[in-house]
Design a protein around this ligand. Structure first.
Ligand code: ADP
Length: 500
């Protein structure tokens, strides 16, 4: 029997250990699905305070891994824990860098030493694999926080035989976060000065860790086919479109999956009444409970309740939402919003909810159980993103018979099909231009179908029958890993430097 493929899976957040957004969901679920296919996948992430506070069972397996950082060499401890499926998870511990209240920053902004923090993690992850003899076939990196890994392998470890049969895959979860730091700090991350040029790690005089991932990895993926096209244009590429166009041959879009072991209305421990397509009474109970919990007027028991669960940022369409809210409330719909993020949106939404007390409720903060109760209890879920690499909440909503109203962009466009009541096709409602009026019109279309009664039942059933499970995506990743390894073996290795 062939030896199992070995994948070193590195992410700055991984569910259930540490999460600020969808990246954590992916980094929790994809390894699980790969493990199910027999891959020897091991996951690495920093040992944040929030993980320590969970009191998980972990064993220190390395005490003094020596990790270069600028002029220093800092010792790193590594703890090993396991997921319930038996996947090994390695936690990189360094109190002065990771024992903090948040993952990346606080209300005042990003931590000033994020370059140090994530250089340390990336370099540590490479050295650790070598130290324990985990000769991985593929290192799969995610977003800017791990962008240095492919760069190290292609520069300082270029001639190290331990990495000679190793391929790197870099996944873009959101191109809006680019890990930019002053060029003068190049020594801190330990990338040689000859890599500091426009075809390398340099980005307009700065260091970009995202660009490092894009330039030095053997293959690039992003989280939906549409987003993989969009990011090659100036509107969505946010300055990286040129790099991506040059690497278009090595860029793939693989739609994320939804983890139905976590998001399933039939066995969700966070909701008051479980349900499935045949027992939709349960959904009604969840709706009534949500109305009560959020202090909405009882009249909404028979009117549509609209939910939104989101980081509050311009990317997520908060400006559109704020613009239409007064109009929306006039349509006799209830609104439940859970989110946290930019202060201006938090306060605008709280002000609006005070103005529309009883019709609109806002909860600021990160609250996973409440997210589940909203997905189960709402009739519709709003996702009006300006751009959306994949989006997960619309997939969760479908499984819960909660109808998504989304902007047609990125993964939202790939997953949601406008409902046609005559043909009984489709699973939600979509609008095109990033403007308030089309958004409101899409919601009105949804309300009209809701009021018709029977077509709405069919629409809910259509969504609940969809299958966005991780197995499909994991299979695609596996094929991709195999193809990049074959390419390496056949000597068709892409020479990242000369291609630019
Ligand atoms: P992004 O990664 O851009 O934030 P996604 O839709 O891909 O957006 O993933 C968001 C994930 O984070 C989902 O699992 C969603 O339920 C969750 N989420 C977002 N905001 C909150 C919040 N305030 N409380 C709880 N969960 C949240």
């Amino acid at each position: 029997m062939n030896e199992a493929m070995k994948v070193w899976f590195l992410s700055s957040e991984v569910e259930p250990f540490a999460k600020t957004g969808g990246l954590a969901d992916v980094a929790g679920s994809l390894p699980r699905a790969l493990h199910g296919f027999g891959v020897d996948v091991r996951v690495g992430l920093p040992y944040y305070r929030s993980i320590r506070d969970q009191n998980i069972f972990a064993t220190q397996i390395v005490a003094g891994l020596e990790v270069p950082l600028g002029d220093l060499v800092l010792p790193c401890k590594v703890q090993e824990t396991q997921t319930k499926e038996g996947i090994r998870v390695y936690l990189f511990e360094r109190e002065d860098l990771f024992d903090r209240p948040h993952l990346y920053g606080n209300a005042e902004g990003d931590y000033y030493d994020n370059l140090e923090r994530f250089s340390f993690f990336c370099r540590g992850a490479i050295l650790f694999a070598k130290r324990i003899g985990f000769s991985f076939d593929v290192v799969h990196c995610h977003d800017w926080q791990t962008g240095l890994v492919p760069a190290y392998i292609k520069s300082i470890y270029r001639n190290d035989p331990f990495f000679s049969n190793t391929a790197s895959v870099f996944t873009i979860h959101n191109i809006g976060y680019q890990g930019l730091f002053p060029g003068a700090k190049l020594d801190t991350c330990g990338i040689p000065s000859w890599e500091f040029h426009p075809d390398g790690i340099e980005y307009w005089g700065n260091i970009s860790l995202l660009k490092a991932g894009l330039v030095y990895s053997d293959l690039i993926t992003t989280v939906s086919p549409t987003y993989s096209e969009e990011i090659q244009t100036p509107e969505f590429g946010l300055g990286m479109e040129g790099v991506l166009k040059k690497r278009a041959q090595d860029l793939r879009g693989i739609l994320n999956g939804a983890d139905y072991s976590v998001w399933d209305p039939a066995r969700d421990p966070h909701i008051v009444s479980p349900y499935q397509p045949e027992t939709m009474e349960g959904k009604k109970k969840n709706k009534f409970a949500l109305i009560e919990e959020m202090g909405l007027k009882p009249l909404f028991k028979v009117q549509p309740v609209l939910g939104m669960i989101s980081r509050l940022s311009s990317q997520k369409g908060c400006d559109l939402l704020v613009e239409i809210l007064d109009e929306l409330v006039k349509l006799d719909v209830g609104l439940v919003i859970l989110g946290s993020g930019e202060e201006k949106y938090e306060s605008m939404l709280v002000d609006l909810s005070q103005r529309h007390r009883g019709s609109m409720a806002v909860r600021i903060g990160f609250d996973d159980p409440l997210a589940h109760r909203i997905v189960a209890g709402a009739d519709m879920l709003l996702v009006p993103s300006m751009y959306e690499p994949c989006g997960l909440t619309q997939m969760y909503a479908l499984r819960y018979g909660t109808v998504p109203v989304v902007r047609a962009t990125g993964g939202l466009d790939d997953t949601i099909v406008e409902f046609d009541p005559v043909e009984n096709k489709g699973n939600g409602f979509k609008f095109g231009p990033y403007e308030a009026k089309p958004f409101l019109t899409a919601i009105r279309r949804a309300i009209d179908v809701f009021k018709d009664g029977e077509p709405w039942q069919r629409l809910m059933q259509n969504g609940m029958k969809e299958d966005f499970s991780w197995d499909r995506a994991a299979r695609e990743y596996l094929e991709l890993y195999e193809s990049v390894l074959t390419r390496k073996r056949e000597g068709g290795k892409r020479e990242s430097q000369s291609a630019f």
